[in-house]
Write a protein that binds this ligand. Sequence first.
Ligand SMILES: *Cc1c(COP(=O)(O)O)cnc(C)c1O
Length: 396
Amino acid sequence: MSVDAKLPFLPFALPEIGEEEIAEVVDALRSGWVTTGPKTKRFEADFSAFLAGEGGDPAQFHSIAVNSATAGLHLALEALGIGPGDEVITTTHTFTASAEVARYLGADVKLVDIDPATLCICPAAIEAAITPRTKAIVPVHYAGLACDMPAILAIARRHGLKVVEDAAHALPTTCGGRLVGTLDSDVTVFSFYANKTITTGEGGMLVTRDAAIAARAKVMRLHGINRDAFDRFTAKVPSWYYEIVAPGFKYNLTDIAAALGLHQLQRARAFQDKRTALAAAYGQALAGLPLTLPPQPAAGELHAWHLYVVQLGDDAPIGRDAFIEALFAEGIGCSVHYIPLHQHPYWRERYGLKAEDFPASQRAFERMVSLPLYTRMTEADVQRVAAAVRRALGKA
Ligand SMILES: *Cc1c(COP(=O)(O)O)cnc(C)c1O
């Protein structure tokens, strides 16, 4: 095995933060507005404009900045009135945040299997899991590839269910030529966590067209106060008065974080071009190996390429864990997305789940590896990873 000891460690993920982001953060620090203020407002307006696109009307969207996607998902379900006795359907093949927010509200979670071809939630499995208690569906655009939203929205309409898209991976992703965030669901939630396609360190955005949902989410974002601190301190008249109308949360985004988001959002298209090019380079370099490569988007659709997930074939000479160790030994970080929720003690025990009930997720989990994919990688980095993959598979 030829391992070049001089190569630095190639981590699984890294953010790309430029001088503009840094200057904007410094500006926030010098301005006196460190928590939610003018930069957060601008970030929300820019986000709506991003979704509306050239010539579109940003006013049709309410973009509400929050301090995580988890917070946004919680606010979304809360605004939709999800509570004890209700059931929320989501995929087992996701991060626990997609599901845990229903539990915050006392609702139950029905985990369902994925489509093995896309690793996104399986519409037929959703329909089979619906009971009289079902209130909402939380689809996850896995790795940045859109779910089958036409099928999911049709099921929701047929059964009178709400749809909250977990778009943590999906900026920018399209479905039927429309950006995720502009589809016909009730709410869409994006994540700006450190390893996502754009980052504010920690942060997220709740997007809805529904003015009532937006109003409720805004109130609950900040302690159930009926006007936010920014309005209070920028009012032209003395405005110490406010009212608490609900036991709300502390989910507002800081201006320090929004400062990052303003410039990250401007770079979202360029970042995606880079991720798409790197994914294409992986596709060429890994062709012909005993691997299943990730599904491609349909012609003309955007894939955010948050993750590049391969699955070891039945003919691979080593298993998933040994494969990850082999790459680590060559200085390459990998990950697994995800350990399915049905495998975790909390979800397994609470709902008595068995791996056999989720055959597609279980099978994918046992073979899957997420290779490094981020904008600071070069095509040479991709070739380095691909060479290590070939060696691990005995095909050097
Ligand atoms: C990252 C992620 C979240 C949570 O995002 P935070 O901003 O960290 O709260 C939710 N769902 C999925 C699928 C994620 O990958």
